[in-house]
Design a protein around this ligand. Structure first.
Ligand SMILES: O=C(O)CCC(=O)C(=O)O
Length: 293
């Protein structure tokens, strides 16, 4: 599929699936990194995160190859068609759905940005399959065309997503058969794709992580990007402080927020935040009248 095809599919259906973008040896290397990163302690704290789902946030700071994935040139070229320049990385996380996990509540990824729907997306999400996404192992499910739904339709059809953090003893496993709105089941499309593929979708598209009926976890990475004026889900300038950001590519620094939404949103005491990356600790830089400089 060409990028132009992907862009028109996203405009039409709200999403596009690009098969086999990660080479087999890179997939293997990523899985090796995960073998050390994934621990049961990271299971979700609320029904949205999923009590049987492990999540690792700020993935881009855990290994260079995860940062490289978040700036995959083909994917960024597609996002360029939807978001103004200087867009930001909003979250970078691994999602490992374990056997027995129920389907997530149907939701959209940019619901927390106010703005009457239907509207343009303020964010774009990607979900990379690190395992094959199959019929029964928790493949993402999407509702094609739902990016055009109005607020009324969303409110009528979707249950409110439950983000309430529960104490450990109350994190009761839900039945994998639980479906939050069975009357939408016939509109859901399961995103079955081989490991190494990616789905790119608008932040306005209704979707969810599926129930995992298989006997193995389903591993994925979601990198999500937001408009340069919007707040990122992860507070990346705290999560990836200058000492760490300094070791990353210039594009990743910009995506994390060491960047400006012109004329000066995001400045640090009147200066472009990239100045923090040039400075050595304890050395102050000369002031500049131009925060975009
Ligand atoms: O893991 C998936 O397939 C989707 C997860 C998701 O939509 C989310 O956590 O926001």
């Amino acid at each position: 599929m060409t990028n132009d095809d992907a862009i028109s599919q996203i405009r039409e259906n709200g999403f596009a699936i690009i098969p086999n973008l990660i080479a087999a040896e890179d997939l293997k290397a990523m899985r090796n990194v995960f073998a050390d990163l994934l621990e049961a302690e990271r299971f979700g704290r609320n029904p949205f995160e999923g009590y049987l789902t492990e999540r690792i946030y700020t993935l881009v700071s855990k290994a260079r190859r995860f940062a490289d994935l978040a700036e995959h040139p083909r994917v960024l070229a597609i996002i360029d068609a939807f978001l103004e320049p200087n867009y930001l990385l909003s979250t970078a996380q691994a999602i490992n759905i374990h056997p027995g996990e129920a389907a997530q509540s149907l939701h959209t990824d940019d619901a927390f940005y106010p703005g009457a729907r239907p509207r343009d997306a303020f964010s774009i999400s990607t979900i990379w399959a690190l395992d094959d996404f199959t019929e029964d192992n928790g493949a993402t499910e999407v509702i094609p065309g739902s990016h055009r739904w109005s607020d009324d339709t969303l409110n009528r059809l979707l249950y409110r997503t439950d983000f309430t953090t529960r104490p450990k003893e109350e994190r009761v496993r839900r039945s994998a058969d639980l479906d939050d709105r069975t009357d939408l089941a016939d509109q859901l499309q399961r995103v079955m794709m081989p490991a190494g593929s990616v789905i790119v979708f608008l932040g306005t598209l209704v979707h969810r992580g599926g129930a995992n009926y298989s006997d193995r976890p389903r591993l994925a990475i979601t990198n999500q990007y937001c408009a340069s004026w919007a707040r990122q889900q992860e507070n990346f300038s705290l999560a990836v402080p200058p000492d760490k950001a300094r070791t990353m590519s210039e594009r990743m620094q910009q995506l994390l927020g060491y960047s400006i939404h012109p004329p000066f949103m995001g400045h640090v005491a009147g200066l472009h935040p990239k100045r923090l990356l040039e400075q050595q600790p304890g050395v102050s830089s000369a002031s500049s009248p131009d925060p975009t400089d």
